[in-house]
Ligand binder design. Sequence first.
Ligand code: GLN
Length: 450
Amino acid sequence: MSIHDFIKKIKNHEIDIVEHTYKLIEECKEINKEYNYLNTISEDLALNSAREIKIQLKQKNKNIKNKKLLGVAVSVKDAICVKDVETTAGSKILKNYKPLFDAFVIQKVREEGGIIIGKTSQDEFGFGGFSVNVGIGFKVPKNPFDIDRSCGGSSGGAAGLSQKLSNHIALGESTGGSIVEPASFCGVYGLCPTYGRVSRYGLIDFANSLDKIGPIGKNIEDVALLMSVISGYDKNDSTSLNTKNENYESHLKKPVKGMKIGIIKEAFGQGVEREVEKNVYNGIEELEEEGAKAEEISLELPIRYGIGTYYMIATSEASTNLAKYCGMRYGATEKLEGSFNEYFTKVRSSNFGDEAKRRIILGTFARMAGYRDAFYLKAMKVRTLMIQEYKKAFKKFDALVSPTASILPPKFEDIEKLSPLQHYMIDVMTVSPNVAGLPHLNVPVELECS
Ligand code: GLN
């Protein structure tokens, strides 16, 4: 059943929303036993919202029938604040934090009758591409098709749950690929919007100039629906775009015929698994059969320098964002003793995971006087060059195509052998559109595991 049909049935009283939500929560608990997609299941909140909808439907409340997400379950990446629901960004340092407010996107979901079912698992603060860098004490989510493999990251829980749970849409977040990459590993759609299109108000920051919230879902219609709900101007986010709201669902009806599609030359060949390449080309062929015109384009700068540029900017911003978790202003505390430095060191050492510590050191180094020009400012210059290269490409093409990830979901035992740099390479295709603020979408082409 599509989400549209589901909403219709709720409106026509063919489905009892309270019963349905109860069953769905039980299903989440069952799925979680094996797959670890949810850090928190917000059972009370979900059932209360369902009861409220039921009452309003009974009272034939005028507004209720116009709600775009009426009764639809929405899961939320743990980096997005939900009032009174534990929100940790996957980190021990934020354990037990219950926000006093809803993020902008959560306000929107609730206004449209969506039901928040819980907080999905992720790499700590979004630091990773396999969801294995979870904070101390958190569980690693597993691929819905093979529990020995990764479901990608950092929105791994969101993507896995989207594949496993019907009548549900997920809210993910991406800084360098964390929506589309896990979506590709789990065979679902994920849309990382244009920077500023969706408000970041209430998002626990990773890197402010890169972070974007976006939908992940089993069907493209679901992704478009949630995108229409969460996008729009917000005065509480100074980087929010003040442009008119769009109905993303209307775009789905537009024909592919006549579209010009650029195949990114450097995104194929060396380093890309054969199955991945073959399936992406099959997808391109399908587009051509529908009347799209595909042609190769060289985009050397984004593919070659994307990773280096991204990691300088992302870690620089992350290291400043994490400075506030010092045991006094935000997050976990410890027994107050010793000098300030000793105290801060104790709190941060025992509550941040290894990857968070690595990024704090890397980012602090890149921003230091003496190194800033060589690293951070250089990266900002390359960022501008990348934007220019993309602008040139979009003069000629309507869309660009590449694999989302160059490999199939790896096994955990193989991920363990990777160096930090090899971990970073997983986002070689996706960091550059993030650096340039561009929207990108994962379209599943084939399910294949070697
Ligand atoms: N894998 C990238 C990183 O570790 C991107 C993560 C993200 O988009 N949050 O930084």
